[in-house]
Design a protein around this ligand. Structure first.
Ligand code: AMP
Length: 192
């Protein structure tokens, strides 16, 4: 089972990915977390991308593609990935299709967490106190939301065409959202 989880910043992608990974023995592949790790470790790449991330823009497709390629081509993770934060634009979606195909894999389901801007801002400010992410402040959060609307929302149409897209109400409680997602995953034929 390969899953994509979409949603604006603060929608709960990370929380839900961790839940699905545990319940279905899958692997969470968060491009945001991988990028933040590079910044924390002060690698050459980390130094290059920190300004971009902290301005709410997207890092280049080439950089992120390299990160996910390592996972897709690793046999241990074959058909066991949850893409959390990738793809974020149409070119990345096309690239993902190609990488999966080249590695004899496919997508089983695309989940979109639907959340209002008001809820996003509230959650991001709450998260700032817990996780201390530099890009979690109101100004950058709005910028990240705009980037999502401009670059990422069009990707949903791409998956609507392939009938893989399922919209989940991201406004409900963490448990309710997890239950709804489990129901969708369990309903996939041939799975388990
Ligand atoms: P996230 O943790 O998913 O909210 O991502 C944090 C930040 O990392 C984003 O605002 C982007 O700057 C960067 N990022 C994460 N995933 C991608 C991606 N697929 N393409 C480009 N930039 C990304």
């Amino acid at each position: 089972m390969n899953i994509i989880i979409f949603g604006p910043p603060g929608a709960g992608k990370g929380t839900q990915s961790k839940f699905i990974a545990k319940k279905y023995n899958l692997v969470q592949l968060s491009t945001g977390e991988l990028l933040r790790k590079e910044i924390d470790n002060k690698t050459e790449l980390g130094l290059k991308i920190s300004t971009i991330i902290n301005s709410g823009e997207l890092v280049s497709d080439k950089i992120v593609s390299k990160l996910i390629e390592k996972f897709i081509s690793n046999n241990t993770y074959k058909q066991r990935l949850i893409f959390d934060g990738y793809p974020r634009n149409i070119d990345q979606a096309v690239n993902l299709d190609k990488l999966l195909k080249d590695n004899n894999q496919n997508l089983d389901i695309v989940l979109k967490l639907s959340v209002s801007l008001e809820t996003i801002l509230r959650r991001i400010l709450e998260r700032k106190n817990q996780e201390k992410r530099k890009d979690d402040n109101e100004e950058i959060a709005i910028k990240r939301y705009k980037t999502y609307e401009k670059s990422t929302e069009p990707v949903l149409k791409y998956y609507q065409k392939s009938k893989l897209l399922n919209v989940v109400n991201g406004e409900s409680s963490i448990m309710q959202i997890s239950d709804e997602i489990s129901g969708l995953i369990d309903s996939i034929k041939g799975w388990q």
